[in-house]
Design a protein around this ligand. Structure first.
Ligand code: ADP
Length: 343
């Protein structure tokens, strides 16, 4: 209802009431003068309408317009409110729905600010926790070395440990950098057409030493002559494969096997990395791709890791508009699979 129609309705009701009273009065006094009653009704209607318009406009201008303009400004983030014309035609009609949608959007904003604040606290806490372990280790080795150990062999061992921990620190920092870039939308995907089986072979080649140390055999199931062309960011997919395959080694079992498989699924190629290692309990599966989430804390194993790898993997796969999933049986092994569009 607009201010115009509201005033008109009220004036009409008042004029009708006056007309009825006057007509009844004249009727019971045997003086009924219909043209006079009609003229009287129209006059009352007009007077009421003009006075009503002024009063309603004043009321709206004083009470409702400031509220409405605040809502409009906060919605559009602009300094200006509604023009008088816009205001008079829209205000009452839209007021309740506008206030309702404004209030619910404010509630959503508050909720998301609260969860961002919680996320910020957790994030800072997690980062300092992850950095603390290698920093303390390096600190310990260096202080011991400063005290002159006197045993060359032991000194080398400490230096080696300190170096390993600096590598760990640098890995955590570069993972954090990568996550920050992806989340800020700065990391751009350089999509190109390339053959995924060849990339798998290259990644396996790079990880073969790590696999040999852990006594794990890596096997690509697809035949050498088979080719699977995908359209994706080569570096990103390489990072995904490195993370998944090195996880299969880290959490695999001695003498075990990592199997890589490529499947042709309609317009997509599905790449799976399976191992016969530790496996993951169902309760952890939902959180596996969260930042800093590590099952090891509960498993109490001393495997170096930041809990950022799978989070990066998920980000990269989702930036391609694709999905990653995991199937796992504790004690038997895990399979991580993700899709990429065919070229
Ligand atoms: P991390 O740096 O700890 O390896 P990730 O994000 O790569 O971090 O993995 C998160 C957690 O998921 C790991 O700490 C590990 O507990 C579990 N996980 C990942 N891959 C495997 C796997 N192939 N088998 C068993 N557990 C795994």
């Amino acid at each position: 209802m607009t201010p115009h129609s509201l005033t008109l309705t009220l004036s009409f009701l008042i004029a009708s009431f006056c007309v009825i009273v006057l007509a009844l009065y004249q009727y019971f006094n045997n003086q009924l003068d219909i043209p006079f009653v009609g003229l009287f009704g129209i006059t009352v209607l007009l007077i009421n309408y003009f006075i009503g318009r002024i009063l309603v406009s004043q009321y709206i201008n004083r009470k409702i317009k400031p509220i409405y303009n605040i809502i409009q400004r906060s919605k559009t983030n602009e300094k200006k409110g509604l023009s008088p014309k816009e205001f008079n035609t829209n205000v009452i009609e839209n007021l309740d729905s506008d206030v309702e949608s404004w209030a619910s959007s404010k509630n959503e904003e508050i909720e998301s600010l609260k969860s961002l604040e919680q996320y910020r606290k957790d994030y800072v806490g997690n980062i300092s926790h992850e950095l603390k372990t290698p920093i303390f280790a390096i600190q310990g080795y260096i202080h011991t070395l400063l005290e002159d150990v006197g045993d060359k062999k032991l000194e080398r061992k400490f230096l080696k440990r300190a170096a390993e921990n600096t590598d760990r620190l640098s890995n955590i920092v570069s993972d954090l950098e990568m996550i920050t870039k992806i989340e800020a939308g700065v990391a751009k995907l350089n999509k190109e057409r390339f053959e995924i089986r060849q990339l798998l072979e290259d990644v396996v080649q790079d990880l073969v030493n790590q696999a040999e140390k852990a006594e794990i055999n890596i096997k690509i199931k697809n035949k050498e002559h088979e080719e699977y062309y995908i359209y994706a960011d080569r570096e990103g997919v390489q990072k995904v494969l490195i993370n998944l395959i090195s996880n299969s080694i880290k959490y695999g079992k001695k003498g075990g096997e990592t199997v890589l498989n490529i499947f042709d699924v309609d317009e997509f190629v599905l790449i799976e990395v399976s191992d016969d290692g530790l496996g993951i309990d169902e309760q952890h599966l939902n959180h596996l791709f969260d930042r800093f989430y590590r099952v090891e804390k509960s498993r109490n194993r001393n495997i170096a890791g930041s809990g950022l790898g799978l989070s990066i993997v998920k980000h990269i796969v989702e930036a391609h508009g694709q999905d990653i999933n995991v199937r796992s049986t504790p004690g038997k092994g895990s399979t991580f699979g993700f899709t990429m569009p065919k070229a």
